[in-house]
Structures are given as C-alpha cells and as structure tokens.
Design a protein around this ligand. Structure first.
Ligand SMILES: [Fe+2]
Ligand SMILES: [Fe+2]
Length: 275
C-alpha cells in the first residue's frame, strides 16, 4: 500500500551551506498559529557520505528524492540519528533498507528507547556518545550535545573540517508566514519570542528550572566549538555572524517569559473555522 503523508509539507530546495554539506528542507504549517516551521535534515557528501537525521514521514517521498539526488543510496556509508523523535527518525527504516552499505550511528540509550518502533540492525550499528569522534575518511565528525534538547538521547554533530554544527532541535524558531532560509532575515524580537515559545512550550520546558551556572557551562560545550555555520532542524540556517547572538539568546532562555501557548479556545476556533 502506498505511503500516505500524515501532514502536508511545503517544498523548499536543498541548500549547500558549506562545501559538500547540504541542508534538506521541508516546511510545515504550525497548528493554531499563522507560523511555519522548518523540518530540516542534512547530507554531507564526504569521502564516506553521511545522512544526518532522516526527517519526517510527512515528507517521505520528496525527502527521499532530495537526498538521493545528492548521493547514490549505494554510496551512503553512515546514517546519523540524533535522537528518537519522529521528525528525525521518520524515514530511518527506508534509508537503512535502501542504503545497504550504511552503518547507523546511534547509542545505547537511543537503541533502548526506540527499539519499540524500529528494529535496530545491531550488526550495522555503531554507538557514538557525547564527545566521541567518527572518522568518515576525509574528516572527523564529533558528537556534541546541543544546549537545549527534547530527548535524553540527543547528540549534535560537529564537522571539524567545515565548522558546520548540526544542532538538532536547539535554536528552533518558527517563521512568520513566509519561508526564510537564513536567520539573518529574522526580526530580532520575533527571533527571541519565537525561540522562547518553542523552548518553553514544545522542546525543553526544563530550561526554566535549571541552575544558571551549570546551564551556562553546559551551553559552552557546543559554543566553544567555534562553529562556522549552525544548521538546526527547526530554524533557518544560522550564519557565522549570528552564532554569538543565537547562543546569547539561548543563554537567556531560563529567564525569558514566552508568549502563551495556544489553548482550548484556539482549538475551538480551529474547529469552528473548519465546520
Ligand atoms: Fe526532538
Ligand atoms: Fe525536532
């Protein structure tokens, strides 16, 4: 039976953000607000090509086309799974099937949590935890946990050769009605409020109860990488000149009061409009 997407997504062309490093985009309408949200993943066409997260089943056919236009399935050597959420692991089964030479970069915790939904091929797996390095032939990739995350299994991925950092769900921020591909296009107060909305309501509400000093030290672990570009699953790409601002905003998150989350009145309005 053909796969039926569960939610419509908006097509956005893949974009090369550094040499041989591509962000694979799709965009989804937010529920209950006139906002759009990126659902990104990444491909690095290095000596041993790697797919970084597998996007959402909502965009399966387009995503597979975009990825395999950039890299032949037989050439894919690695699949990095950042964590066990459906917008990151949504096409994992298809990718592992279509890429017979690929090894899955997971971890014990990721395997343990996600084994109810995916039959991990342990003989094709490698476990990479925070701080561990992976040699992919012409460069080293390092697993570095982002400052904010929504699963205990989350590891970001830093490419030491290009300086690109895959920050997973960190820096997530919706877009105000039209697709933008660079955070440079954000109005600064929208960026602050949008990031706060996502972090406090949808991603890491624990940020409001953290010890500030320990949070700052934890954040510094990825900030100290000195990334050249940050790609996040749910943000426009963050260019080098905005990375300090993005980290400053993230550092400020514990004390920012977010806009209110849509409540039952909003759901009633959605249902009323649809009736
Ligand atoms: Fe997530
Ligand atoms: Fe996500």
């Amino acid at each position: 039976m053909p796969f039926e997407p569960v939610a419509p997504t908006i097509r956005v062309e893949p974009r090369e953000i550094a040499k041989d490093t591509w962000v694979i985009h799709s965009v989804q309408q937010a529920t209950g607000a006139p906002l759009l949200v990126h659902l990104n993943s990444m491909v690095i066409r290095c000596a041993e090509p790697i797919i970084v997260d597998t996007s959402t089943p909502a965009n399966r056919e387009q995503w597979l086309t975009d990825v395999f236009n950039l890299v032949d399935p037989d050439d894919v050597r690695w699949v990095f799974l950042s964590h066990d959420d459906s917008d990151h692991a949504g096409n994992l089964d298809v990718v592992m099937e279509r890429c017979p030479k690929a090894t899955l970069i997971a971890s014990w915790a990721l395997t343990e949590r996600h084994a109810n939904a995916f039959a991990f091929p342990l003989d094709r797996s490698r476990w990479l935890d925070h701080g561990d390095a992976l040699d992919v032939g012409d460069r080293t990739l390092r697993a570095v946990r982002p400052p904010l995350y929504d699963s205990p299994t989350t590891r970001g991925l830093f490419d030491e050769s290009t300086g690109v950092y895959w920050a997973v769900d960190a820096f997530a921020c919706p877009m105000p009605g039209t697709v933008i591909e660079s955070a440079a296009e954000f109005d600064r107060s929208f960026w602050r409020d949008g990031m706060a909305m996502f972090m406090h309501h949808a991603l890491s509400p624990w940020v409001s109860i953290v010890d500030r000093e320990r949070y700052a030290a934890s954040l510094q672990q990825s900030r100290a990488l000195g990334s050249s570009t940050i790609a996040s699953a749910h943000s426009p790409v963050i260019p080098q000149e905005l990375i300090d601002i993005a980290y400053d905003l993230t550092l400020e998150m514990p004390s920012i009061v977010p806009p209110p989350a849509p409540d039952q009145a909003v759901l009633d309005a959605i249902l009323g409009a649809a009736a």
